[in-house]
Every structure is written in C-alpha cells, then in structure tokens.
Design a protein around this ligand. Structure first.
Ligand code: G3P
Ligand code: MG
Length: 470
C-alpha cells in the first residue's frame, strides 16, 4: 500500500512496507486493503502526560514515610471538636439484658477494661459494603461489636470513609438500612466532614460533586454562608458549558443569579463529579480568573488564584460493578492539575483532605473519644485502635502513619499477594472484615473470647476464670 514518507508526498513506486515497519510503535490492527495511505505522525506517540503531572501526583506510601499528597507546610483546618447530634439512637435499651450484661461485666473487669481500650475504624466501600449492598460478613462483625459477645459489651467503632456527596444524616440512614444495624452520625466521618472547619475561612464557595444538587445542603449545614452549585451558574448562563444541557428538574432546583457580580472565595470538590465537562470548565474558569470573578482572566493566575480543596485523593473505588474498581475523585483531580499546568505552565497548589491525610485521622481520634463518652461515659481515646481497610494507599497508609493497627481486607481495591508492598498492613491481611475483627478482638481480649451473647448466662459462674454457661 502507498505510504506518505514525508511532506513531499507519496512515492507510489516504493515497495510496500512490512506490517511492523508501516506502523511504528503503535500497531494498527487489521489487514491492509490498499485503499488507505498511512501518514507518519508529526508528534511522538509517547503520552504528553509526564510534563503536565503535578509533582505530588504519586501515591502516598508509608514505606517512604509520606502519607500526604499535600505540599509540606500546607495546613488543613479541622473542627476543634466534632458536632455531637442530640438525636443519637444507637444506644439500645433492653433493661433486663443490660442488667444481666452489667452483672457479667462486673465479674470480668480485666476483659471489660480491654474491651474499652480497643476500637475499630472501618472503611466503608470495599470493607462493609459495595455500593448499596452490604458485604455479608460485615453485618455479623458489627452485631458482635454492638454487644453480641460474651460480655454483652459494646466495643467502640467508627466509620471512616473517603466517600461523600450527601449529608451525614442521609448517609447514616442509608447505611443503617444497608448494614441492618443502627449507624449514628456521631460515629461517622465522610471525606468532607472535617472540611466544615473551612466555613470559618470562606464565605462564598463553589461546591461540586455528588448526586443532583445534594451537596448544596451539605455545605449549608457546615455553615458556608453563600453556597454556589455548578448548575446555578449553568442556569444563569447555559453557554458556560458548551456540551451540557440542564434538564427541567435541574433548572427548577438551580438558584441562578448574576454571577458576573459575585466574587468566589474558594472551590470545594466534595465528591465525584457527575458532569466532568461542566465541572472542569468552571473550576478552570475560576482558577484562571482574576481573584475568583467569572468572565475575567487574571494577568498572573498564580498571584490572584483562589484556593481549591478536594475532599479525598483515592484513584480507584470498589463498587458493585463486576469488573475492576472504578475511577474516582483522585483521577478527576489529576486531570484538573494537568489542565492547569498545560494552560499556565505551573503546578496547581491545592489541598487534599481524606485518608491518608493526618488531619482526617486527627479528627477521627476526636470522634472516637466523644463516641466513647456516648457509649461508655468515658471521654478517652482507646489505646488499641484497628483500622480495617481495602485501599493500601489511603486506609492502610494513613493508619500506619497514625500509629494505629492496620488490617487489609481482600473484599475491595486490594487484589494483591501476601501484603501490599508500599503500604503493608501491620496487623495483617484478611479475607474479610469479620476475620479481621475476630483476630483483633482475640488479641486484645483473649483467644477464647466468645463472639456471641448468651441470654442464659450465669453471672456467678462468669468470672475471669470461668466461661459463660452454654
Ligand atoms: O474512593 C471513593 C470512596 O468510595 C471510598 O470510600 O469507604 O472506601 O473510603 P471508602
Ligand atoms: Mg474502601
């Protein structure tokens, strides 16, 4: 077949190149029919990505003692103490059972002290659930920690997820149903929960991500005074996003106004984008604007750029999809970083919350302390905390760096061998959450500890040296 060798044109008399010769490093599949002309590329076939990568795009690693994607010296504000809801409903009241349990506990003081001196932090996606389906062993693990054990005692646990996109109340109601177990907002942290602290710093914010416009309510609950959703801007000027059209429902929910008069203080990405094109366009518009004013372009985008925050940095997430894990917010962020660098030539300074970031784990300690107060009336942080996660680069890396025990499970992102190379779980790798919980409880409370409450237990026989009546 003819081939254009250079800009001069085709040499029809030249011998046809072999299949490999004609295709360079990127082979084109299929038979050559003779009706096409192959024109050599003027650009390298190697991806341009490297030159646009942010210098912090690599995955955190506890081996390298770097559990952050943020620049050294960046501060991540978190609330001084967690908001405690007055509506907590997880403390079950079965008086006769409680009396019996407290008698049993009186006879086993050492084990009780050990039970109150341990706690779990559970990742959700890939550990407790896949999308809206519970991982079967999770229900049993939580039931056991909620008191279905030989002491009838609650072993404290919190849920620490990089997910987000709806209010803590809405997500806990959903999880209560999925896990068949009451989950309180007081034991729950999603990626953007600690970001409520930013409401003290920024008034007018563009908030992105999540289903519909639910994220608006999240930001308003956190105390941001002036919350703007991308659909508000699109409803004001549909031309901001050339390929996206608002549905009637979106228009009805949107809150358009004259955004040419608004000065944005910050951009907050709280969850996965559902409209990459519009969200990327608006983020780029604001990052390149003169001091957060739409329709403007800064002379020096770095000097007058408003800050951008991402709620978490995971690249992949497990879902109920049967194939490999799906792309998530970290890859959206990397695309934004690359676009910004391609357009300005400089790295985008940004802040990434979520696991494995220290701010998230520091906040988790505060939540655990106040949860201890709620279930055991003791405002203290247990000494033996176990993080159970499926993502080595977030759950395990952060847990390792925070001095927690870490358990990696095989029900989510991690699909490797004996342990993860860069972020090895220090307590071990387990087939699922139930096995991890049992191993941790046995370590703290003894190998013989029974994972079942016996309603016929005789407290007199149930002492440190006598087991419950079967
Ligand atoms: O990465 C996105 C999110 O789905 C991860 O959630 O619970 O595994 O931290 P989780
Ligand atoms: Mg997970």
């Amino acid at each position: 077949m003819p081939r254009i060798e250079d800009a001069e044109g085709v040499d029809p008399t030249a011998p046809a190149p072999t299949h490999r010769e004609s295709r360079g490093s990127l082979p084109i599949p299929g038979d050559i029919s003779g009706n096409t002309v192959e024109v050599p590329a003027t650009r390298s076939s190697i991806s341009d990505a490297a030159q646009f990568m942010h210098n912090l795009s690599f995955a955190p690693s506890s081996r390298d003692r770097r559990a952050s994607r943020n620049s050294f010296g960046t501060s991540l504000p978190i609330p001084r103490s967690p908001r405690v809801s007055r509506l907590s409903s997880v403390v079950t009241r079965d008086v006769s059972r409680d009396i019996l349990a407290s008698q049993v506990q009186d006879m086993s003081k050492e084990k009780v002290a050990a039970a109150k001196n341990m706690a779990f932090a559970f990742d959700i996606d890939g550990v407790l659930a896949h999308g809206n389906h519970a991982i079967p062993q999770a229900k049993e693990a939580l039931k056991m920690l909620n008191g279905d054990n030989e002491l009838g005692i609650k072993i404290p646990y919190i849920l620490l997820t990089n997910g987000g996109g709806k209010t803590e109340e809405a997500r806990c109601a959903q999880l209560t149903e999925v896990l068949d177990c009451p989950i309180s907002t007081d034991q729950f942290i999603q990626s953007h929960t600690p970001m409520q602290a930013l409401a003290e710093y920024y008034e007018t914010v563009l908030v992105l991500g999540g289903e519909g416009q639910k994220i608006r309510e999240v930001a308003e609950n956190y105390g941001f005074k002036n919350v703007i959703h991308p659909k508000d801007i699109q409803a004001w000027d549909p031309t901001v996003s050339p390929w996206s059209t608002l549905t009637e429902e979106e228009k009805a929910e949107a809150k358009p106004r004259d955004f040419s008069q608004v000065k944005f203080d910050a951009i907050l990405v709280f969850a996965d984008s559902r409209d990459y094109q519009t969200d990327m366009q608006l983020i780029m518009d604001l990052l390149l604007a003169d001091d957060g004013k739409l329709l403007t372009r800064a002379k020096d985008p770095v000097a007058s750029r408003i800050p951008i925050y991402f709620s978490q940095g995971d690249l992949l997430m497990p879902t109920d999809h049967k194939g490999p894990p799906r792309l998530t917010q970290g890859l959206f962020r990397i695309s934004i970083e690359a676009q910004y660098k391609a357009l300005t030539g400089v790295d985008l300074e940004r802040v990434v919350y979520g696991k494995p970031e220290r701010a998230t784990y520091t906040y988790a300690d505060e939540v655990l302390k106040s949860w201890m107060e709620e279930i055991h009336n003791e405002n203290k942080l247990p000494e033996n905390i176990y993080m159970v996660g499926d993502n080595p680069a977030s759950d395990i890396c952060g847990g390792n760096m925070h001095g927690w025990n870490t358990c990696l499970v095989r029900t989510g992102v991690f699909q490797g061998g004996d342990n993860d190379d860069n972020n090895p779980a220090n307590f071990g790798v387990f087939p699922n959450v139930l096995e991890a919980v049992k191993a941790a409880v046995r370590k703290e409370l003894g190998q013989e500890f029974k994972f079942k409450w016996n309603p016929k237990v005789n407290p007199v026989l149930h002492s440190e040296n006598a087991s419950a009546v079967e």
